[in-house]
Write a protein that binds this ligand. Structure first.
Ligand code: COA
Length: 581
């Protein structure tokens, strides 16, 4: 079928649905919901048989839903309506939640139901639920609804007749509903409120007496600050986060957005205030890279399975949104260099739960311009730190390395993963192994070495030029990755550990390691890594410092979440010159 995806943005859910529908032979084109007239034009050009709306922020115009069946994805159980579905579900601690696919009609979220799915609701961040459970449930429900539509005889059930309708109309959640009372509410309640607002809009609060929105909270089980520290007081800092006392414990706050600014690591957003109150907020470092044995915030954590000669090391790096600043890359490189010295045979890089890596930290780079710094210099430092990290990984000679991707991965993060010997991807993960969407960025991280050896010169050119997301399955069949593993995050983690242990114990381990070293030596002799890096960085220097400001403009709009004013041509196929409708 010819299916138009009408969406507010090409977010990971839209990417997943588009790819899944395409894999089933449907012809897909995408239009951003910018204005009624734009959507109407897209419909005229593409002449879709069906419209699917994965992520909308406003109603579909009547001129369209009267003529076409429009299937709208609502992140709520049957009967639930309103723009804050997940926020309310989390804040009211529902045990089960779901996704409903409804047909667009005059009243928002009230049309007849084509399909629905439910899932147990984790106590987690809204954005994490959206990227995992909601995306999975929406994929199942949309594929079922599309099949039903294609069958021709299915009659969707009017909401009033749905026997499983348990939800109701909920208003937009306001900041007043999210307010934290630090003097009365316990750690679990505060954490629940911050989670229900993460990554948008955050909870309106204040730090150092300055109004801001807070995000990215982690419970702390041991530190309590000085005797007499009052609930709500800041009591310590660690790397990018600050620790705040609650009535029964403490919480780390990782990210904040000051009024009129962008979302940033807390210690960067409040750098001046932290310098002033340094004595009251002592640094609370962790002891080395081993995973702490208590509940705390630890962005880089190492663990090992098996203490025998077949031990496997696991390196976690939980960086918010998968973005990796210069300092984070440098710390991760230090951790990797340390992990290389451990007596292990296999080293698994697990990244974070929701993202493996999304490359250089565009918000921290943008912040340089807010503080009289140079975003070009910060971009340059960041890409060099990413490259140093990738090089450290490529040069691991005594272990087989595995990048195990439980979460989405984009741009430089994909090539950092490819710097490992093996890349295993969880089914359901979306990969974006290309850079051009960010203002035509050329990219580095040794991609010009790492990619063609996997997918061929032409394959590499296609991936970079087409700028399309890859499902885990597509990444495997293109040669980009080495395995696609089924299951949820927990099952994936168990499978990864089992496979890694299998490699460590395999009789051919020594031969495998020798082959890897020989290949690296031969590659180095043919063309040194330093040459690939120099070529890539020559392009990047032009992107950062040259006369064409595209990268700086694209980054500015990306971090400020500017509304799109057109759909990129590589997505809106119906707008191609020569398109035959
Ligand atoms: N730096 C800073 N923030 C980043 C980031 C980066 N490299 N990549 C993603 N983010 C942030 C987004 O701004 C968003 O922030 P929010 O919490 O305020 O909403 C959050 O991560 C999630 O991103 P989103 O785009 O909503 O996630 P997605 O899963 O739908 O899409 C990508 C994933 C990878 C397609 C998309 O995030 C992207 O294009 N990122 C930029 C990658 C890039 O160009 N990196 C630099 C070149 S190496």
């Amino acid at each position: 079928m010819r299916i138009l995806l009408l969406t507010h943005a090409f977010n990971s859910l839209t990417q997943r649905l588009g790819a899944e529908l395409q894999q089933r032979g449907h012809e897909i084109s995408i239009e951003f919901d910018i204005a009624d007239s734009v959507a109407e034009e897209a419909v005229v050009l593409f002449k879709p048989e069906l419209i699917v709306a994965p992520y909308l922020r406003r109603a579909i115009p009547e001129s369209i839903w009267r003529q076409y069946v429009c299937l709208v994805v609502h992140p709520g159980i049957v009967g639930d309506r309103g723009p804050s579905a997940l926020d309310w579900a989390l804040q009211t601690q529902q045990a089960e939640w779901g996704v409903t696919v409804l047909q667009a009609e005059a009243e928002m979220d009230a049309g007849p139901v084509w399909a629905s799915t439910v899932f147990p609701l984790r106590h987690a961040r809204k954005a994490s639920i959206y990227r995992n459970e909601v995306t999975q449930a929406a994929t199942t429900a949309v594929l079922q609804a599309v099949e039903r539509f294609a069958g021709g005889s299915f009659v969707p059930t009017p909401l009033a007749a749905c026997r499983d309708a348990r939800g109701g109309l909920r208003p937009l959640m306001r900041q007043a509903d999210r307010t934290i009372d630090w003097q009365r509410e316990d750690t679990a309640t505060v954490l629940g409120k911050i989670n229900a607002a993460d990554g948008f809009p955050g909870v309106a609060d204040s730090l150092f007496g300055v109004p801001c929105h807070i995000f990215d909270a982690w419970p702390e089980s041991t530190l309590r600050g000085a005797a007499g520290a009052r609930p709500g007081a800041l009591i310590a800092r660690r790397e990018t986060a600050v620790l705040r006392r609650t009535i029964d414990g403490a919480l780390w706050i990782g990210h904040v957005k000051r009024a009129g600014e962008i979302k940033l690591p807390a210690t960067l957003a409040f750098a001046a205030e932290l310098a002033k109150f340094a004595a009251e907020l002592p640094e609370a470092p962790l002891d080395g890279w081993w995973r702490a044995d208590h509940e705390t915030w630890q962005d880089i954590a190492y663990e090992e399975s098996g203490r025998d000669e077949n031990a496997v090391g696991f390196l976690h790096f939980e960086f918010y949104n998968g973005a990796m600043s210069t300092a984070q890359c440098q710390r991760l490189r230090a951790a990797l260099a340390w992990a290389r010295q451990r007596p292990t045979k296999v080293l698994v890089l697990l990244g974070g739960a929701d993202f493996w890596s999304n490359g250089i930290h565009l918000n921290v780079i943008e912040a340089a311009s807010l503080r009289d710094g140079s975003p070009a210099d910060e971009s340059w430092n960041n890409i060099n730190a990413m490259n140093d990290l990738a090089l450290e990984l490529i040069e691991v000679g005594d272990q087989i390395t595995v990048a195990a991707l439980a979460g989405n991965t984009g741009a430089g993060g994909c090539f950092l993963a490819r710097a490992a010997d093996l890349v295993w991807v969880r089914e359901g993960v979306m990969l974006n192994p290309h850079y051009k969407n960010m203002g035509n960025l050329y990219g580095s991280e040794y991609w010009s070495y790492l990619l063609p050896r996997r997918v061929g010169e032409e394959g590499a050119r296609d991936i970079m030029r087409n700028r399309q997301p890859l499902t885990a399955q597509a990444a495997l069949s293109s040669g980009f990755s080495d395995a696609c593993l089924a299951g949820d995050a927990q099952a994936f983690r168990i499978d990864v550990a089992r496979r890694a242990a299998g490699i460590a114990a395999a009789p051919d381990f020594a031969a495998r390691l020798t082959a890897k070293r020989e290949r690296r030596a031969a590659d180095e002799a043919a063309k040194p890594l330093a040459a690939y890096r120099a070529e890539e960085l020559a392009h990047m220097r032009r992107n950062f410092y040259g006369f064409d400001p595209s990268y700086h403009v694209a980054r500015h709009h990306f971090v400020r979440k500017s509304l799109a004013s057109w759909t990129p041509r590589h997505l809106a196929r119906h707008r191609d010159l020569g398109w035959q409708g």
